[in-house]
Design a protein around this ligand. Structure first.
Ligand code: SF4
Length: 406
């Protein structure tokens, strides 16, 4: 990592991007059975040094980029000593440059256990984090060796991270060994309880070289002959699960369908944005030299998604047109929620409107999920009379909503 050159950001058509990407670390100290990060990059997270990473940010700054930067690490907090060192040096840089960027990244849930790390991230301008929650079922977390998610109640961890100032994106998985009926319903309940706007629900896939792959191979449960593509979120599992595949698939489709029902989605966006930054966590500012660094702007003003101006204005106009004017079924909710955000948390406007816009993708995508699974199972799993629909494609029974044209 320490010999990695500065990426040629100058070659990018930067105005075609919503956010830029940099990488600080590789690898993860944990041992999740299904994860190939640890077999690809190891369990000793390696990092760039601070000077390297700041040089990358300075390059983006000099090229005129202002907006969001995705730190695309496997687990940004995998090496806690180095990440804190980096964040302590990033803070004065951000203050000196008047917070030109906001950041999002991926991290393990144990982020909630470290107040110093949380407050450093918030103070340096992080606005969102992707968490691998996978499931609220403790037995499945044990089976998959995701033990870091069992140490503290997951709902509390999410609330803490959210209230400290970070929007939560999260991944969930169905299909673990020994999984009990209703796992999909429990994921849905968890998502509603934590107001996670965009839960990424997937079916478990065994990836080559993982501990899961090796175990299933020994147990002769891999479906190797079928040459199922691996890693596609809408592909049925590539091994024999321990409960009926129809049951898992049905919970998957029902979960996606229900969680991305438009009014439910928009409501979660509202509640998540309203609860961001309600924490009592005192930001750790001991390391700031106040003689050389001016006071940073209030946290609440910098913790949001940033868009380049032209993109931002276009996005706002499109969302208002489609959700606030064209769609009769969501018009009322859209305006009520928009007024509530502007009244209670105007600093969250960008983030909120960005989430509303992303809804357009997910409302289409849930139809695709239902169709793809129906193709593989042979019938539409959500139809009240599944048997009669075995001969009908899903698209004939679903109304596809109009979408924003990009
Ligand atoms: S915490 Fe995430 S990156 Fe680390 S081993 Fe588990 S799944 Fe992989």
């Amino acid at each position: 990592m320490t010999t990695s050159p500065i990426p040629r950001f100058d070659l990018l058509q930067r105005d075609a991007y919503l956010m830029m990407a940099i990488q600080f670390s590789r690898g993860c100290p944990f041992n999740c059975e299904f994860c190939d990060i640890i077999s690809l990059y190891g369990r000793k997270p390696r990092t760039k040094n601070t000077e390297q990473t700041l040089a990358e940010l300075q390059t983006l700054y000099d090229l005129g980029w202002r907006g969001s930067v995705f730190i695309v690490d496997d687990n940004f907090i995998g090496n806690q000593r180095n990440v804190k060192r980096f964040l302590r040096d990033l803070l004065p840089w951000m203050i000196e440059h008047r917070y030109p960027f906001t950041f999002m990244t991926e991290a393990s849930v144990n982020l909630a256990e470290d107040d110093e790390l949380l407050s450093l991230m918030v103070e340096t301008g992080f606005y969102a984090v992707f968490l691998g929650i996978e499931t609220p079922d403790q037995d499945s977390l044990h089976v998959s060796k995701k033990l870091q998610n069992t140490r503290h109640p997951l709902v509390e961890a999410c609330h803490k991270i959210n209230q400290a100032g970070l929007l939560i994106y999260a991944g969930f998985i169905l299909g673990f060994d020994g999984e009990r009926t209703g796992a999909g319903d429990r994921i849905q309940a968890f998502v509603e309880q934590t107001h996670i706007p965009q839960p990424m629900l997937g079916l478990l896939q065994a990836l080559p070289h993982t501990a899961l792959w090796e175990r299933l191979k020994t147990e002769n449960r891999l479906k190797l002959k079928e040459q199922t593509p691996i890693g596609d979120q809408n592909t049925l599992m590539n091994f024999e699960p321990t409960r009926p595949i129809d049951e898992i698939a049905k919970e998957y489709v029902a979960g996606f369908w229900s969680m991305y029902e438009p009014s439910r989605y928009l409501r979660r966006c509202l509640h998540q944005c309203l609860s961001i930054g309600e924490s009592n966590l005192e930001p750790n500012k001991d390391h700031i030299d106040r003689k050389t660094n001016p006071q940073p702007p209030p946290s609440s003003r910098k913790q949001t998604m940033k868009f380049p101006l032209n993109k931002g204005l276009r996005l706002v106009a499109q969302v208002i047109w489609w959700q606030g004017i064209r769609r009769a079924d969501m018009r009322r909710q859209f305006w009520q929620q928009l007024i509530e955000i502007l009244r209670k948390r105007p600093q969250m406007f960008n983030l909120y409107i960005g989430l509303c816009a992303a809804g357009e993708h997910f409302w289409q995508y849930r139809i695709q999920v239902r169709e793809r699974i129906a193709e593989q199972i042979g019938y539409d799993l959500l139809s009240p009379s599944s048997d009669s629909l075995k001969t009908h494609p899903v698209s004939t029974v679903l109304k596809v909503p109009e979408t924003v044209s990009h």
